[in-house]
Design a protein around this ligand. Structure first.
Ligand SMILES: [Zn+2]
Length: 225
């Protein structure tokens, strides 16, 4: 018996085998009727598309100028990275590092790591280092959402020193869209990816359903289990 193939009912503690579910189906405990988990194949398609879209938006946000810097009477538009370099040169290294981590490093790590596991899982393959990458996603997640705050801090500090003004063009709008997309992406529970990987045929060799397997039920509308 493979212990990865087992699930405990959170209501009555019954130990059950996990069946493979079709889309929009729930697994229910045969003893108490509690919903154990839901199939997430459609969810996976959606989150793959959204993560890929967020990565493209991230690249647009980084590629276009976001601030206009005034240096000795000469104004020049620069990207977020250029603004960080300006902060660094103005002896604000700590702020530059904090803004770099929260606006570039953590969101990029999360998006690339998610795509690294999601795309192979979607193709039915478990990528190398799967568990380590998922743990990395869980580690950077709490930090990924503070990019809005840090961007605000960056703008405030830059404005305070009369160095720059924000350019309301493509990069700023891309950052706005990225914030919304990241808010949806972080609602995706990495535990679901573990369940999807366990459900792959290559990981279920010999995994036949036992008599104590949960019931599968399909959602056909509100009110149905
Ligand atoms: Zn139960």
């Amino acid at each position: 018996m493979d212990r990865n193939d087992l699930i405990a009912c959170h209501e009555c503690d019954a130990l059950l085998h996990k069946p493979r579910l079709a889309a929009k189906c729930n697994a229910c405990c045969p003893r108490c009727g509690a919903t154990l988990y839901r199939a997430s194949s459609i969810h996976l398609e959606r989150i793959c598309a959204l993560t890929l879209g967020a990565l493209i938006t991230f690249l647009i946000a980084q590629a276009f100028p976001i601030v206009e810097i005034d240096m000795s009477g000469v104004t020049s538009q620069t990207t977020l990275i250029g603004a960080l370099v300006a902060l660094w040169n103005e002896d604000m290294q700590l702020v530059a590092i904090a803004v770099f981590c929260s606006t570039i490093l953590f969101p990029l790590t999360e998006l690339v790591a998610l795509l690294y596991v999601l795309l192979p899982i979607r193709a039915g393959v478990v990528p190398p280092g799967f568990h380590r990458v998922l743990r990395a996603i869980r580690f950077v997640r709490p930090w990924g959402m503070i990019e809005v705050l840090m961007l605000g801090i960056l703008v405030t500090i830059v404005k305070m020193t009369s160095l720059a003004r924000v350019v309301p063009e493509a990069a700023l709008f891309a950052f706005g869209a990225l914030t919304l997309m990241l808010a949806v992406v972080v609602m995706f529970d990495p535990h679901t990816i573990w369940d999807l990987a366990d459900a792959l045929p290559s990981r279920r060799a010999g995994g036949t359903l036992a008599p104590d397997a949960p019931r599968g039920a399909c959602d056909n509308g509100p009110g149905s289990r």
